[in-house]
Design a protein around this ligand. Structure first.
Ligand SMILES: [Mg+2]
Length: 268
């Protein structure tokens, strides 16, 4: 196995996960051997996902099941970076109302924030409403979030991905939930932490400790992965195993530096 010549110069690799490493619950063919090869070549690797539904530990376990070893600090999720952002900006003494899944709630508990329930929202002070993908979303959850925002809580989105690639096709993502709250309150999030925002990219680059020009971002979406890479000065590779078709890449004004059918085409 050998890395194709155009990729040999890169020292750091930032891998998006949904649509690159896996699709829904299914591993994308050959990704474990490519990452194993990069490890043997002493390349630096970060797994970076806008998906906030799982903790970093849970992502490490999932990667392990797919034959990929990753340390916790090589995994960057929009949920984890949201916690870092809030801690730095406002401190730990915050009451959070979270529209998101158990992984996001768990990650925020690890930071020491107070997590408020849907029932708490109506009679307690909420400092921040955090929104991530929630596949058990209800009208009651949305109403509680909107109520808190209209009563002065800050509004922070883990990501604004419109949809997520699954085995069934594209299903609604966190961005659709963020839009619901935006429309119903007239308030925009003060920040969207995930790609294409530089917040999460700078966090990943700090972990890699590589120069942006020596770092390749591998993703399946132009509007998040490629734009995020350009904003911080990294090169980008689009793989066609996720949310984007070749035709969409061709039509797009924003171009990735490289296009491959799949991650496994990085090697010969
Ligand atoms: Mg993706």
């Amino acid at each position: 196995m050998k890395l194709k010549e155009e990729f040999q110069k890169f020292k750091g690799f930032i891998f998006d996960c949904d649509g690159v490493i896996w699709k829904g619950e299914t591993k994308i063919e050959g990704v474990d051997s490519v990452i194993g090869y990069l490890r043997r070549e002493n390349k630096r690797i970060v797994f970076l996902t806008n998906n906030s539904t799982k903790t970093r530990e849970e992502y490490a376990k999932r990667l392990k099941i797919f034959g990929i070893d990753a340390k916790i600090n090589e995994i960057v999720t929009s949920g984890y970076v949201t916690g870092q952002y809030l801690k730095k900006k406002y401190g730990r003494n915050l009451g959070l109302y979270i529209i998101g899944e158990s992984g996001l709630i768990e990650e925020m508990k690890n930071f020491g924030f107070t997590i408020l329930s849907e029932k708490d929202v109506w009679h307690r002070k909420v400092n921040v409403v955090i929104v991530g993908l929630d596949r058990k979303l209800t009208y009651e959850k949305l109403a509680a979030g909107a109520y808190a925002i209209l009563n002065g809580a800050k509004f922070v989105a883990t990501n604004a991905d419109p949809n997520i690639p699954t085995e069934k096709g594209l299903l609604p993502g966190a961005g659709a939930i963020v839009s619901f709250l935006e429309v119903s309150t007239g308030v925009k999030p003060e920040i969207v932490i995930g790609k294409p925002n530089v917040e999460i990219m700078n966090f990943a680059l700090k972990i890699l400790d590589t120069e942006p020009e020596n770092t390749l971002v591998i993703g399946d979406r132009i509007e998040t992965d490629v734009i995020a890479a350009k904003r911080v000065g990294c090169k980008s590779l689009i793989v066609l195993t996720g949310a984007t078709t070749l035709e969409e890449v061709r039509k797009s004004k924003v171009k990735p530096d490289f296009i491959l059918k799949s991650l496994s085409d990085m090697v010969l």
